[in-house]
Structure formats: C-alpha cells, structure tokens
Design a protein. Structure first.
Length: 116
C-alpha cells in the first residue's frame, strides 16, 4: 500500500524559509516522478515543482529561484526547500507520486502560512 506523508509546514513571516518533506512507504520515490503541489483557499491546486527519475527538476515560474526540490534516496524522501517566502505562497502543500501506469498517489498535505 502506497502512503505519502508530508511534514514541515507551519507559520512563517514573509522572507522566511521552510523545508517540507514527503516521506513514502510502499513505493520507491526515485523510480518515478514526484511533485509538490499547493492549493490556496478558493483556488485550484497547482504544480509547484517536480523531480523526475532522472533527477531533472521542473519549477513553476512563481517559485523559480526561491524553491528547490530534492530527493534523499536513502530515506525515500523528497524535500522542498522554500526560501524568500511570500504571502502568496500560503496554502496546503501536497506531495504526489505518479507510477509507470500514470496512477497518482497523494499525501494529505501540510499547511504553509506566510504572514506579511
């Protein structure tokens, strides 16, 4: 059974940093694509960043230069380092794993709140 658990969210002032983690069981994250998504109140869920099995990464324009996605294969965990946070980064952050059959697995999310 695949399970993804996000952690590391919290309340931070604008300009601050947070590091999110997505820990997995029942699947090896390095085999396929893992993405971080976020959903702000009243808005659709959007892609923030993803990392492919090759190690290549992709970022939304709004977070380029501020966020870094990385993978710790030994711990089967994907991180999202978020620096220079802005109030518009506020939302629930979700981790998603997509397997070879394009089946998606989601975590329950972690809340990030950036105060101005």
């Amino acid at each position: 059974q695949v399970q993804l658990v996000e952690s590391g969210g919290g309340l931070v002032q604008a300009g601050g940093s947070l590091r999110l983690s997505c820990a997995a069981s029942g699947v090896i994250l390095s085999v396929n694509t893992v993405g971080w998504y976020r959903q702000a109140p009243g808005k659709q869920r959007e892609l923030v960043a993803d990392i492919f099995n090759s190690g290549n990464t992709n970022y939304a324009d709004s977070v380029k230069g501020r966020f870094t996605i990385s993978r710790d294969n030994a711990k089967n965990t994907v991180h999202l380092q978020m620096n220079s946070l802005k109030p518009e980064d506020t939302g629930v952050y979700y981790c998603k794993y997509t397997n070879w059959l394009a089946r998606e697995y989601w975590g329950l999310g972690t809340q990030v709140t950036v105060s101005s």
